[in-house]
Design a protein around this ligand. Structure first.
Ligand SMILES: [Zn+2]
Length: 434
């Protein structure tokens, strides 16, 4: 009976490939981009589509917009985002009773495709070429979201009813920092285990690095370049501070280590200053990204938690020190503005949920590894607010994130559907009557 069900799942996925591709195509066709780093977003079309789809599947559907007043107190909250016509959609498939519950979280928003003429095929038309699906959001992460929904569909098609509850969240504004998932946690959605279908090529990742986006502004004094000595060059002052950040990054590369994650980094992402070659600039603004670890080895090789505030303090301290060595900057101190944060989380590798997910995955992909996600995702709110064991596991490829010609291995997509359907059975359990 047991093996019959696994085989039936496999056969169903094999038989439905064309239908599954067409569902993915539908999702990719929605231009659900965020605007101004998540201040606004165009998620309405895809969320309306999914609402109707979930209802047809027989789920109880809850659609709601994040309420900033309610969620502003949570760590990781991103201020000043607006939520008109932006709803999370949560589908609950009620279990017959007695099993464990599973929550599957995916974001429906995407980053803009950039120069569309640089794409080989249009970003919102999902096309298959030599074993890969192309289109904005294939990897990040409509592919994963679609696979979870389709996995629930496989069980429904086979008439398998689950013992516990299955919750599928299609959230908004993940690319803007994660307010969508924070709002789902605030609304009370919980389960005994949570999967985020972000791209891992189906590796099981119980941990991720967090990220801060930050900015500092250096003020100088404007003059003509010919009388440079009378002014203060803000761009050149900013370069001192950038140098200091680079030194901190180098030290981190040598000292900060985690068993599943690569080292933390600081990326100088944008420099803005000056008005022309003949003017000594009076302002320079530098935007940078700090990737940080949830825990790191100390000198005795014990893995100890890292406080995100301590990471911020270290950066500010580095800037303060660099300012101290400069008379002008001593009088015009530079403060870091932390404008976006994506926190990290870590689930113990020995948690039954992590082990069950590994097992379910290895039924289909025997070489499945445990690994860590180098970037931020919605895992932190699920773990910290929701207090759930969380893993990241999805069909996309990390190298494809936010790229021109973003794509996903088509076989991985179908395997993900099969893995998720197996995980639903393994973790939630099949209802007794069946
Ligand atoms: Zn993503």
């Amino acid at each position: 009976m047991e093996t019959d069900i696994r085989q039936a799942i496999h056969n169903t996925v094999a038989k439905n490939k064309a239908v599954y591709f067409s569902f993915l195509k539908d999702l990719i066709a929605f231009d659900s981009r965020i605007l101004q780093a998540g201040k606004y977003g165009q998620e309405k079309g895809i969320q309306d589509y999914l609402k109707a789809y979930f209802k047809k599947m027989g789920a109880t559907v809850d659609a709601f917009s994040p309420d900033n007043d309610k969620i502003c107190g949570y760590a990781g909250f991103n201020p000043n985002h607006t939520y008109k016509d932006r709803e999370n959609v949560v589908a609950v498939f009620k279990g017959a009773g007695g099993g464990r519950s599973l929550l599957m979280n995916g974001h429906c928003d995407i980053v803009p495709p950039g120069d569309e003429t640089a794409w080989t095929s249009p970003p919102f038309v999902c096309e298959e070429r030599s074993g890969r699906f192309y289109g904005r959001g294939t990897t990040d992460m409509k592919g994963g979201l679609a696979a979870a929904i389709l996995a629930a569909g496989v069980l429904k098609e086979l008439g398998i009813s689950l013992a516990g509850d299955l919750i599928i969240e299609s959230v908004i504004d993940e690319e803007g920092g994660g307010n969508g998932t924070i709002a789902c946690c605030d609304r009370g959605y919980r389960a005994d285990g949570a999967v985020i279908m972000e791209p891992t090529r189906m590796a099981v990742m119980p941990v991720n690095r967090g990220a801060f986006l930050a900015r500092f502004t250096v003020t100088g004094k404007q003059t003509h370049a010919a009388t440079k000595g009378l002014g203060v060059n803000a761009v050149e002052k900013a370069m001192r501070l950038i140098e200091a950040l680079k030194e901190t990054e180098t030290r981190w590369l040598m000292t900060k280590k985690h068993p599943l994650l690569s080292n933390p980094t600081i990326n100088i992402g944008k420099i803005e200053g000056g008005s022309g070659a003949s003017v000594v600039p009076e302002r320079c603004t530098v935007d940078f990204d700090v990737e940080f670890l949830p825990s790191e080895y100390d000198s005795d090789y014990r893995l100890l938690p890292v406080s995100p505030q301590a990471v911020k303090d270290e950066i500010q301290h580095c800037i303060d020190l660099a300012c101290k060595g400069d008379a002008w900057l001593c009088e015009h101190p530079v403060t870091v503005d932390w404008y976006q944060e994506t926190l990290c989380f870590e689930t113990d590798q020995n948690e039954p949920f992590v082990q069950t997910a590994l097992q379910s995955c290895r039924r289909i992909l025997p070489d499945t590894a445990l690994d860590g996600l180098p970037c931020g995702c919605d895992g932190a709110p699920l773990a910290h607010i929701g207090k759930m064991p969380v893993i990241i596991m999805g069909p996309g490829d990390l190298e494809e994130l936010h790229t021109t010609d973003e794509s996903m291995d088509s076989e991985k997509f179908y395997q993900a559907i099969e893995v998720y359907a197996n995980l639903m059975i393994d973790w939630i359990g099949i209802a007794d009557s069946k």
